[in-house]
Design a protein around this ligand. Structure first.
Ligand code: HEC
Ligand code: HEC
Length: 244
């Protein structure tokens, strides 16, 4: 019934010809009433379900088209690394994208299909169970050592408290895992968070990152992309280990 109403409203709109309904747009952090990680709707419902890793392997299949079957995403940063991410973070991001708190026009048509809270819980349980690939995109400049050292200083002063010494985040608090994430993706997200474009951002983090210069964001992304989380990383491939 809903689909029919939608098709009708599209047919009747004379100014716009759209193949699919556009993603919604919620004000989020731009609004003075914004409450980060508000426990209601899909977030609350999906978090209350027990995720089934085996079922999640099936529901994840469509996601793997972009994020890859391993969850590794792409080192050019277009598609983020997802493997090993906390279920809480995954569910929150999906719910935010679905309700228009975080823009993601590429993924929205797929995210909007995952309406069942059980599917969300299962998919997230499966993703969290995957090991974090170690061949992700890193900072590749000749000055990498200098950038990483400068980034480490900043990170330890202002970010470690939430994202952890090894980039492990905090599952209970919805703080994302950063270890194993692609450098270019990190840089893009931090720029968007600083500039107010990621509207589901955490206000306390925004306060910290607001005064950062582009150069500082490069350094801190270089450092974050160098982190690894003990016990959660994939084993090096047999061939790669021998080469060393
Ligand atoms: C057509 C490609 C595509 C498909 C299919 C897709 N995604 Fe994504 N996804 C993206 C892109 C692009 C981003 C990053 C957007 C940005 O830069 O903010 C993303 C971001 C995410 C994030 C946020 C990651 C983070 O670190 O904050 C999650 C979680 C996610 N996707 C989960 C999924 C799940 C679950 C599915 C399957 C239902 C899925 N995606 C299907 C393209 C896709
Ligand atoms: C008060 C806790 C807190 C502090 C301090 C903090 N962050 Fe965050 N950060 C978060 C939360 C929560 C998110 C996820 C926001 C959301 O819900 O979408 C996040 C998201 C991110 C992301 C995006 C991750 C992704 O997968 O999309 C990056 C990168 C990041 N933070 C880096 C930093 C850096 C660098 C600093 C220090 C300058 C920092 N954070 C300080 C809590 C914090």
């Amino acid at each position: 019934m809903k689909k029919l109403a939608l098709a009708l409203s599209l047919a009747l709109s004379s100014t716009l010809v759209l193949a699919a309904p556009p993603a919604p747009k919620a004000a989020g952090i731009e609004s003075k009433d914004y409450q980060w990680a508000k426990m209601e709707g899909e977030l609350k419902e999906a978090l209350a379900k027990k995720g089934d890793v085996k079922r999640g392997q099936d529901t994840y299949e469509i996601c793997g088209a972009c994020h890859l079957p391993t969850g590794a995403g792409r080192s050019d940063g277009t598609f983020p690394q997802l493997a090993g991410q906390h279920t809480t973070v995954l569910i929150k991001q999906m719910a935010d994208i679905r309700m228009g708190l975080r823009d993601n026009p590429t993924m929205y048509p797929f995210a909007k299909e995952m309406t069942d809270p059980q599917d969300l819980a299962d998919t997230s349980a499966y993703i969290q169970s995957l090991c974090i690939p170690i061949d992700h995109g890193k900072y590749e400049g000749a000055d990498a050592a200098k950038q990483i050292a400068a980034g480490k200083d900043l990170y330890e002063k202002q970010c470690k408290e939430c994202h952890g010494a090894n980039g492990e985040g905090n599952k209970e608090k919805f703080y994302p895992v950063i270890a194993g994430q692609h450098y270019k993706y990190l840089l893009r997200q931090m720029t968007e968070i600083r500039d107010g474009h990621r509207r589901n951002a955490n206000p306390d983090m925004v306060k910290v990152i607001k005064p950062y210069t582009n150069d500082q964001l490069v350094a801190i992304s270089a450092f974050q992309a160098s982190l690894s989380m003990p016990g959660s990383m994939c084993k090096p491939k047999a061939g790669a280990a021998k080469k060393k």
